[in-house]
Ligand binder design. Structure first.
Ligand code: HEM
Length: 317
């Protein structure tokens, strides 16, 4: 799912009254594209794992000592190799974002150079974890940390892109930002639990050898707090009069994604991971849910100060 809300925002008349420097507009599109590419990259990572392709390239950072291992190429090698290719491209894009944010900082919001430094730091750390995943032979804690850092990288990009997107708040959000931030934190924790299930094949272990059932059960129980927080958010949005239409649309999307995620989780569970696209979709929709909650949180926080559009605050005198 493409989380780009730029076009959605552009349909609201007040957004068109706002103007940003050209470099900021371009960076906004650039960061949205990076976020969408990261969503795809995480799904690719999930496909690599569920197809047992995690060690298809036995060495790192090259694959069979080559940039393009033509002779060894099959579906599994392709998944692992392609995941690395897109991941390293993300590294170069993060360097470009970092460079432009610092170089053009006079025309950009004050917080952007710091935020793009965080993006660069996260991608470097993620690359190290990716290497360790291979050299440590898919150790479950490293695989889970790799998923957790990937999600943080994605959330940071989405938060930056949402902050750069023109938005004229209405000052009606009340406590909604804090509710959505809590829901996002619970969905993140639930995703880490999912990562622990996936990286240890806990479903198979539980069904075949009655082991690791606690891990599987904690992921199933983890649905409760995350769903309750999202339900509370939905009800609060519904009961808030004169709320910005973008926030209403995002809240509806969050509910829809939660329902899809639970359905996909139950299907993955009942079909014992036999249908790989379902398992990959479970990872993809989980990340999209977290991303949408992030956009909601950022926009709701900005709505608290309707007279001060942070996306327009540059260091220009
Ligand atoms: C808010 C709801 C949920 C979220 C955010 C979530 C998130 C995740 C994530 C991020 C993963 C790791 C996927 C990967 O690394 O490929 C995962 C794995 C898993 N989840 Fe969920 N999940 C949710 C609900 C559920 C439900 C209701 C079930 C059903 C019992 C479920 C069953 C599973 C199973 C079986 C796995 C392991 C898949 C594998 O081994 O590849 N999940 N979940």
């Amino acid at each position: 799912m493409n989380l780009d809300v730029t076009s959605l925002v552009d349909t609201f008349p007040e957004a068109s009254k706002l103007s940003q420097p050209l470099v900021q507009k371009r960076l906004r599109y650039f960061v949205w594209i990076m976020a969408a590419a990261t969503l795809f990259l995480m799904a690719l990572g999930s496909a690599t794992r569920v197809m047992n392709a995690g060690l298809s390239c036995p060495d790192w950072p090259l694959c069979y000592g080559q940039l393009l291992p033509q002779q060894q190429m099959n579906l599994q090698v392709f998944l692992e190799w392609f995941h690395r290719l897109i991941a390293s491209s993300m590294g170069f894009l993060a360097i470009a974002l970092f460079g432009v944010s610092w170089w053009q900082r006079q025309q950009l919001p004050r917080w952007l150079p710091g935020a793009s430094s965080l993006v660069l730091g996260l991608v470097v750390f993620q690359g190290i974890l990716g290497g360790l995943t291979v050299t440590e032979l898919l150790r479950f804690d490293i695989v889970t940390a790799h998923l957790g850092t990937g999600l943080l990288f994605f959330v940071t990009l989405v938060a930056i892109a949402a902050s750069l997107t023109p938005y004229q708040g209405m000052g009606t959000v009340g406590k909604l930002p804090w509710i959505s931030l809590s829901a996002a934190a619970l969905v993140y924790l639930q995703s880490l639990l999912g990562g622990l299930v996936a990286s240890q094949w806990a479903l198979h272990q539980c069904l075949n050898a009655s082991q690791l059932c606690q891990i599987m059960n904690s992921h199933i129980l983890g649905v409760v707090p995350a769903s309750l927080a999202i339900l509370f958010l939905g009800v609060s949005v519904w009961r808030t009069p004169a709320l910005h239409p973008l926030l209403r649309t995002l809240a509806n999307l969050v509910s829809l994604l939660l329902l899809s995620q639970i359905t996909l989780g139950v299907a993955t569970f009942r079909l014992h991971l036999q249908v790989e696209p379902l398992t990959v979709a479970h990872q993809f929709v989980g990340a999209a849910l977290l991303g949408t909650l992030t956009v909601f949180s950022v926009m709701a926080l900005r709505d608290m100060t309707p007279d001060c559009d942070e996306s327009l605050l540059s260091q220009e005198p």
